[in-house]
Write a protein that binds this ligand. Structure first.
Ligand SMILES: [Zn+2]
Length: 256
């Protein structure tokens, strides 16, 4: 289906499938957060082109932690200050209404939680949590930012370096997120991928796992994705417009 002309139709199909499904799961990628002013990391104005991909490599962090934190406190930690957009809000409403079981995200901005979604599985961690590289004691962002401003580096009470809870290139994906998302993908009757080109595993592989387990696969994205050939429904729409249309439809059906 193409843009605009089908928006209403897309929304009707989307909600109909969710209502008929059970244990539905949504996977979100960078496209879900662009409307909150967070550029796609890989896009032309994305963080990688502004910062250098090296900033997101674990070796860089351990070799030059002061340089990392000097950049991060301005460009990465501040992602948490952004506000959720209509798509985050729409997904929180779908969860409240029992239409989705969980959101699995590739994003690190924490905006699903900020929008009120309760069950969020983060593949790449987030910018809110920090932990000691030695004793694993956890710290929140305000404590870490204060230490960076005072000393250039955040150090634990035990004297060791504190690291961010994001997953760097070179870090393993958190095992609990992997296990839980696999379980969710395999038990979902509907699996929705939003705002992701489905290029990066293992998040992308969840779409395949769900498809193989018999789920209806719906892909909602502006632009092609790697899994278009196996999608049951594919909506090429602007996510904010789509989400607004879903919210309108939900409020109509609530007042009926
Ligand atoms: Zn420690």
């Amino acid at each position: 289906m193409s843009d605009q002309t089908c928006m209403e139709e897309c929304v009707v199909v989307f909600l109909d499938r969710l209502r008929r499904g059970h244990r539905n799961v949504v996977l979100t990628g960078a496209g879900v957060s662009t409307a909150s002013g967070i550029p796609d990391f890989r896009g032309p104005s994305g963080l990688y082109s502004r910062l250098s991909q090296r900033v997101f490599e674990i070796d860089f962090f351990y070799e030059q932690p002061e340089d990392y934190y000097r950049i991060a406190i301005e460009h990465i930690h501040t992602l948490a200050d952004k506000e959720p957009n209509i798509t985050h809000q729409m997904l929180a409403v779908l969860e409240q209404q029992g239409l989705i079981e969980a959101v699995v995200t590739q994003n690190i901005d924490g905006l699903h939680q900020k929008a009120g979604t309760r069950k969020v599985i983060e593949f790449h961690g987030d910018v809110l949590r920090y932990r000691c590289t030695n004793c694993s004691k956890t710290y929140d962002r305000s404590a870490v930012d204060a230490m960076i401003r005072a000393d250039g580096l955040p150090n634990c009470d035990c004297g060791s370096l504190i690291r961010p809870g994001i997953v760097f290139f070179g870090d393993p994906i958190p095992m609990d997120a992997l296990i839980e998302s696999q379980k969710l993908a395999q038990s979902a009757q509907v699996f929705v991928a939003m705002g992701s080109s489905l290029a990066v595993n293992p998040a992308a592989g969840l779409a395949m796992a769900a498809h193989q387990a018999g789920a209806t696969l719906m892909i909602i994205n502006k632009g092609r994705t790697h899994y278009d050939p196996i999608a049951d429904k594919r909506f090429e729409v602007d996510l904010s417009e789509f989400s607004q249309a879903v919210m309108n439809r939900l409020s109509i059906s609530r007042t009926k």
